[in-house]
Ligand binder design. Sequence first.
Ligand SMILES: O=C(CO)COP(=O)(O)O
Length: 214
Amino acid sequence: MFILVNLKAYPCDPIEVATAARDVAEASGARIAVSPQAADIARVADTGVETWAQHVSPNAHGSHTGSTLAEAVADNGAEGTLINHSENRLKLADIDGSVHAAERTELETIVCANNPAQVGAAAALGPDAVAVEPPELIGGDVSVSTADPGIVEDAVAAAEAVDPAVDVFCGAGVSTGDDVVAAGDLGAAGVLLASGVAKADDPKAVLEDLVSGI
Ligand SMILES: O=C(CO)COP(=O)(O)O
């Protein structure tokens, strides 16, 4: 199971989380990545933790003020990128463009979706993975794998029907090792989570629990 910690725009210390994630990944052998604000990518990557962008623009170099270029995040140490997160929704053509921009720079891609139908559509765009995150469960205390296990199973089936090579992740409310195990039992290849780590008093202790059942 791959554990991707999305720091969103939470007021946590990205270096504290990155250092903890690096150490827990090294000690456990689990794959853990941290996805900070774009401005923090270089210093997070410098810790040695696997680093992901939260978004890349569909653009290449040119007159595109405010863009976050795939080239820029890759040059600053990112190895992958989220695309179309529930809190940063894109038009279909822009999701396609962002996936191509990421491929151009050899960034791994996870396209986020609200439900299994969107998962199928996202899988058709050829990312490395898709993630189902029910918006109503994001930021809550109950894991998607407990609150709505059917949506994870349906997302896995939807992606499989379109392209069996596309992995499926799930996210929303994930905060414990039991949540990670439950997600894996439903067919997920990994989890996306945010508040469980970013808002924790002791992010390292949460990360140690998250990998405990892998
Ligand atoms: O949106 C998410 C990860 O990208 C999930 O957020 P929470 O873990 O805070 O529910």
